[in-house]
Design a protein around this ligand. Structure first.
Ligand SMILES: *[C@@H]1O[C@H](CO)[C@@H](O)[C@H](O)[C@H]1NC(C)=O
Ligand SMILES: *[C@@H]1O[C@H](CO)[C@@H](O)[C@H](O)[C@H]1NC(C)=O
Length: 208
């Protein structure tokens, strides 16, 4: 009888633990299209890690950072101020519009990586849309209109809800909980961080 009870308990425990540990590691990035530290993080950490570990991680990205915006008095849009000037605001709109018009998230991330890997991210929207097979016209038209302003404003609202607030860019959050340790580790070696955080059986890429 006792062993029967233990078996039941053990079974439940293993069952519940497995369900939780197999969850993907969620990486959220709040960044700016012309911020050198953001560009470095995208090109040297995020893109290569995602290409190896996409089976055990999710990535969501939000290009706003240390920007601000005010509603235009006619109510027709927003005027932005960005850390690296108006070109950065335009680049952030291109990214917000890309997210809106590229409905497949994986394809959007390819677009996102292409833009952040370009020599000049803000002006790379058309080329990157073409590269991933998305509509450059939709994205550029959006980025040059009030639609892009509304979309970028929404990104700012998502960022404003964070606790703690963004004080550094890129701001990287693992599994919805900000820690300074993870922010540092992600920029140092994101692959190791994701492998170490993942609770399931590590994929071959983690042990290679
Ligand atoms: C869109 O806006 C950017 C930045 O202001 C500008 O360089 C570009 O020429 C515009 N493109 C179109 C198609 O209006
Ligand atoms: C990651 O996000 C997914 C989808 O929102 C969620 O189901 C999963 O539990 C999250 N993983 C962790 C470890 O929080």
């Amino acid at each position: 009888m006792l062993s029967f009870v233990i078996t039941i308990i053990a079974f439940c425990f293993v069952h519940v633990t497995q369900g939780e540990t197999d969850d993907p590691v969620n990486v959220s990035v709040f960044y700016e299209s012309l911020c050198p530290d953001s560009i470095r993080f995208f090109t040297s950490q995020l893109e290569p890690t995602y290409s190896e570990l996409r089976s055990i991680m999710t990535v969501d990205t939000h290009a706003y950072g240390k920007a601000s915006d005010v509603a235009d008095t006619d109510g027709e849009g927003y005027t932005f101020e960005c850390q690296h000037g108006p070109e950065e605001c335009y680049g952030n709109k291109v990214l917000a519009c890309g997210q809106q018009y590229i409905t497949n998230h994986n394809t959007f991330l390819e677009f996102n990586f292409c833009v952040m890997g370009a020599e000049d991210p803000p002006s790379s929207g058309e080329e990157c849309a073409n590269q991933v097979g998305a509509s450059a016209t939709d994205i550029i038209t959006c980025a040059n209109s009030t639609e892009g302003e509304f979309l970028l404003h929404e990104v700012g609202l998502v960022e404003a809800k964070l606790d703690p607030q963004v004080t550094y860019v890129p701001w990287i959050i693992i599994n919805d909980e900000f820690t300074q340790e993870n922010l540092d580790a992600a920029q140092e070696d994101l692959k190791a961080l994701v492998c170490n955080t993942y609770g399931g059986t590590p994929p071959a890429a983690c042990t290679a």
